[in-house]
Write a protein that binds this ligand. Structure first.
Ligand code: GAL
Length: 334
């Protein structure tokens, strides 16, 4: 079905080319990020990388996320890895995690929001993920490790970071390369913590923002840190908000809406903010998930370039756009 859709859209582009004789236009449309639509990978299958995160290794971006494919074994949880040079066309690499209940958490155990960090010293890829039982009471982070970015990750352990509850996690790598884990600690709020030298543990708390937010994401842009989070409404969308600070440790400003509150973040929930620095410009991308709780494999993505600067951040309404990772320029397709 998905493959057919992909074929149909390829045919559509070919027809468009013939009809308009405009190769450049047809190519531009093909190279467009289309928020809310199916996002076919190199096999024509919708990208399965929900609640995901991205790292750049050399010139390649790797997108990791929850693989909720319909034909996965329901007893297992999967994390998929995709590669891209332009953030638009994604090649499926591997189901880097396929595990049955690693910690005896019982039926319907939870493995969500995987995020991978590369440790230059140990030359290992280290994955953090939310690990839980079906009722979300364990509230732990899991850690897995691999020698290759898209290899089979080895699950190591789970724990409560700094002895706090941890449900949704987010990842932040600062401009100096330092890695941080963002985690939602239900009794207290939104925490930012550094990792140990080998990245296998959570080292120190950098900040507790006493605000109940999940889907935590951070970016450093023009001398300011911006934090985005969503309210705690499960799979249902809510108005995501942002705050700013000159230092990761705060003080943080009040949280403000990132979009008209009645739009509920256009049906999405934050998972990461990705900064693309090019030779002409910088684009800061909001990466959100549009969850379909009953048909998770069909959950969509809302990626849009943010309007950001001088302490303000705004998510434009979802519309197709193009990105040039070399120049760092994003363009909304009219
Ligand atoms: C959301 C969270 C998702 C998932 C869901 C389960 O709040 O962001 O990652 O855990 O709850 O209801």
């Amino acid at each position: 079905m998905m493959k057919d859709l992909f074929k149909i859209s390829s045919l559509f582009f070919a027809a468009l080319m013939l009809l308009t004789g405009n190769h450049a236009l047809a190519q531009a449309l093909k190279d467009t990020i289309k928020p809310t639509e199916l996002w076919p990978d190199n096999n024509g299958k919708h990208v399965e990388a929900h609640g995901g995160g991205i790292i750049k290794v050399g010139k390649t971006y790797y997108w990791f996320g929850e693989d909720r494919s319909k034909d996965n074994d329901p007893e297992k949880r999967y994390v998929a890895c995709y590669a891209s040079k332009d953030l638009v066309h994604w090649t499926f690499r591997n189901q880097v995690i396929k595990t049955a209940d690693p910690d005896n958490l019982g039926k319907n155990f939870v493995l969500e929001r995987p995020k991978v960090f590369y440790n230059k010293k140990t030359k290992k890829y280290v994955m953090y993920m939310h690990i839980d039982d079906a009722s979300y009471k364990m509230a732990r982070v899991g850690v897995a490790i691999c020698d290759k970015v898209d290899g089979d990750y080895k699950y190591l352990k789970s724990f409560r970071p700094l002895n706090h509850e941890s449900r949704d996690i987010g990842q932040f790598i600062d401009d100096d390369g330092m890695p941080y884990l963002i985690f939602e600690d239900r009794p207290y709020g939104f925490r930012i913590a550094s990792l140990t030298d080998d990245y296998l543990g959570v080292d120190k708390e950098i900040c507790l923002i006493p605000k109940h937010m999940e889907g935590g994401a951070l970016v450093h842009y023009n001398g300011l840190y911006y934090a985005i989070g969503s309210s705690l409404t499960g799979w249902n969308a809510n108005p995501n908000k942002y705050a700013t600070a000159t230092s990761l440790s705060g003080p943080w400003s009040e949280f403000k809406d990132i979009a008209p509150p009645e739009a509920n973040t256009y049906g999405s929930q934050s998972t990461m903010i990705l900064k693309v620095v090019g030779d002409k410009s910088t684009t800061v991308i909001f990466m959100g998930d549009i969850w379909e709780p009953k048909t998770q494999w069909d959950s969509r993505y809302l990626w849009m370039p943010l309007q950001i600067g001088d302490g303000k951040l705004w998510l434009p309404k979802p519309q197709p756009w193009t990105l040039n990772v070399k120049t760092g320029e994003a363009k909304i397709v009219d």
